[in-house]
Write a protein that binds this ligand. Structure first.
Ligand SMILES: N[C@@H](CCC(=O)N[C@@H](CS)C(=O)NCC(=O)O)C(=O)O
Length: 228
């Protein structure tokens, strides 16, 4: 197999690259890397010390040659390597918007969900501690509504963020919200119907389902109710 994706299913950024490659119908292998602590061989190919990193063995099979770090760079690479189906719109404005949503979800949404909710709940559990529900509830109440309200208003009548078909924008939002769902249950569909519907549809796709199934086996505990 020429493509290897290094990472761990529980990372929303690995999930993004994984789902993107699956939507492309690309053959690849997800090779698990434990980053706590990060092995030396992986540090050599991950200058930012983060997962995911992709290796294309047709380009190089050892060391940094043939590797691409960062989910956004990986998706941009995969779009060129496997052009069909296109997951970045060809229209210049739509393309710009899709890249913007990718960036927004990877930064604003990921920051609130990852640092403010997932870590306080799940990392505490991994360490054998009680989940820090107070921090997660505060984030849910104070930091999550603004990005979700914004994204809710951007979802078109097609049910997608940009244009009439699935794009990197939809994959990016779903990857982060699956992270929320793993520890806090489904998003409030009465408050954010467009976002909740989009995530529900994507989570059922063959591109997302395998990774989510692995994550559910890792996160065994019942979701924490953050809304009350
Ligand atoms: N911008 C990066 C972010 C990747 C990232 O933050 N990955 C996390 C896991 S979810 C990581 O590797 N963290 C390592 C650490 O915090 O030590 C991307 O899109 O790939």
């Amino acid at each position: 197999m020429s493509i290897i994706l290094y990472g761990a299913a529980l990372s929303p950024f690995v999930r993004k690259a994984d789902a993107f490659l699956r939507e492309k119908g690309a053959e690849f292998e997800l090779e698990s890397v434990n980053i706590m602590p990060m092995p030396d061989w992986f540090k050599e190919i991950s200058p930012a010390r983060r997962i995911p990193v992709l290796r294309d063995t047709e380009v190089g099979s050892e060391g940094p040659l043939g590797t691409i770090p960062d989910s956004s760079a990986i998706c941009a690479y995969a779009e060129r390597k496997f052009p069909e189906p296109a997951l970045y719109p060809s229209d210049p404005y739509d393309h710009g918007r899709a890249v913007w949503f990718e960036e927004y979800c990877d930064s604003e949404l990921a920051g609130a969900i990852g640092m403010g909710i997932f870590r306080p709940i799940q990392f505490s559990r991994f360490q054998g501690k009680e989940p820090d529900v107070a921090t997660a509830k505060k984030t849910y109440a104070e930091k999550l509504p603004r990005p979700l309200d914004y994204l809710e208003g951007e979802i078109g009548s097609s049910g997608f963020l940009v244009g009439e078909s699935l794009s990197i924008a939809d994959i990016s939002i779903a990857c982060q919200l699956v992270q929320l769902e793993l520890v806090a249950g489904p998003l409030d569909a009465a408050r954010w119907p467009g976002v909740a519907g989009l995530v529900e549809r994507l989570a059922k796709r063959a591109s997302f389902a395998p990774c989510i199934a692995i994550c559910r086996k890792i996160v065994k505990q019942d979701p924490v109710d953050l809304a009350s």
